[in-house]
Write a protein of this length. Structure first.
Length: 439
């Protein structure tokens, strides 16, 4: 980074009150400045509370449209039945209550910048109309047949995975490609932990000055603890948290104990601090998960070997059949009865006795079926099937991937809840989702 770029970044931070010195943050700011001068659509990607609205202001301020209007619209806060009239306007008599012609946001910001926050929440029909505006600057007011023209620069933002939304038919792929000519990714606070103490001290100083609290501040151990929290609400959450600590604690010092008392009760602190790509072997949470999986596999191995040895010594004639992943056994009266299905949580003789709270989805590999023609030497719980390819187990990575994928589905892809149930850091879960391509 050149000296002129560093100077420009400092200028932007001072003007828009952006705090922190992480490389990811500086890169995002530099991209916003660089592409502001080009009259192209920009897609800002970032979690809730990370400052997407601030970056839209940076883009407008450093663009050729800076003297024109800049309007921010939260697409998720507008009801679906009124969003078209809000964006494109309407004519008198278009609907009940439309007593006069009214301008929409595209008409108001003609020549300027329109910031469409939470673009992933926009209805599909409105997405189609937005695409027409981006492509040729044309739109039609609600209740009218007249085509109008506008010259608006679109800056969109989202905290959703739009590529996944496209696969689910919730977002238009052609609109995504038009919006994402340029993308700017704002790093979440947990990925720039070195900035957390800086931001917390600044918020504390501002609050103390505003309410004449003197030299009220966080102790070093309290700041260290703040670095170990995941901050799902990012900077917005940190600001609210600091103000709560300042109000609720009379002491001149905010200690680590006070920090713990003001965080959510279910908080699980990470053990990895000030790093975004730790070695997995150095991560205690990861090692705990792996050791539990190894324990499961060892138990399975012992039990399967015992069953196999027993079968080899007194093996009657058997045959393998495929019954849609339902395991059956021939009972003494020669009727066929199911032992378990894929939906069962007990896997016969493979019950794991370890404490598996939070790991309910870690299950043995799926089995096909065996019919035992003679039950004289067998119990139902002894029945187990060998894979056609003689593959006894899945690899640790396969089991970990399956555990994470099932936990994500069970929690409707809520990553915070999933991380807590798996007892790993949320940042570690994000990395593994990316490594295993589970987005």
């Amino acid at each position: 980074m050149t000296a002129s770029e560093e100077k420009l970044i400092k200028e932007v931070k001072a003007k828009f009150q952006i705090y922190g010195n992480s490389e990811q943050l500086n890169t995002a700011i530099l991209r916003a400045i660089k592409f502001a001068k080009f009259d192209t659509s920009i897609l800002i990607i970032g979690e809730s509370g990370s400052g997407k609205d601030v970056f839209s202001k940076i883009i407008h301020t450093y663009s050729k449209r800076k003297t024109k209007n800049c309007l921010a619209v939260n697409c998720g806060s507008i009801p679906q039945n009124t969003i078209d009239s809000e964006l494109f306007g309407y004519v008198k008599g278009a609907f009940t209550g439309a007593v006069s012609d009214t301008k929409g946001y595209f008409e108001i910001t003609d020549g300027g910048t329109l910031f469409l926050d939470e673009i992933g929440e926009m209805p599909l029909d409105t997405q189609t109309r937005l695409l027409r505006v981006i492509e040729n600057g044309e739109y039609i007011k609600v209740g009218s047949n007249e085509v109008k023209k506008t010259n608006v620069r679109i800056v969109a933002a989202t905290n959703r995975n739009l590529e996944k939304a496209i696969m689910e038919n919730k977002f238009r792929s052609d609109l995504y490609y038009r919006l994402s000519d340029v993308t700017i990714t704002i790093p979440p606070l947990r990925e720039r932990t070195e900035d957390i103490p800086i931001i917390a001290r600044l918020f504390a100083n501002d609050f103390a000055d505003a309410y004449s609290m003197g030299d009220k501040h966080f102790t070093p151990d309290a700041l260290e603890l703040l670095k170990r929290y995941t901050w799902p609400g990012n900077v917005r959450q940190l600001r609210s948290f600091v103000s709560r600590c300042m109000i609720e604690n009379d002491s001149i010092e905010i200690t680590a104990e006070m920090v713990k008392n003001n965080l959510p009760k279910e908080t699980v602190f990470t053990t990895e601090v000030a790093t975004t790509s730790p070695k997995e072997a150095e991560n205690p949470n990861y090692m705990t998960l792996m050791s539990m999986m190894v324990s499961i596999l060892n138990k399975m191995n012992i039990q399967i070997n015992e069953i196999q040895n027993k079968k080899e010594s007194t093996q009657p004639e058997t045959k393998v059949i495929n019954n849609d992943n339902v395991l059956y056994s021939r009972l003494p009266n020669h009727s066929i009865a199911p032992i378990h299905t894929d939906n069962d949580v007990k896997y016969n003789n493979l019950v794991v006795e370890d404490d598996m709270s939070g790991f309910e989805d870690v299950k043995p590999p799926k089995y096909k079926s065996i019919i035992i023609e003679n039950q004289s030497s067998y119990k139902a719980d002894d029945v187990i099937e060998l894979d056609d390819n003689n593959e006894e187990f899945k690899s640790l990575k396969e089991i970990e991937k399956e555990a994470i994928e099932r936990a994500l589905k069970r929690n409707n892809y809520n990553r915070k809840t999933t991380a807590q149930q798996l007892q790993i850091a949320e940042r570690t879960l994000y990395r593994k989702i990316k490594d295993y391509d589970l987005d």
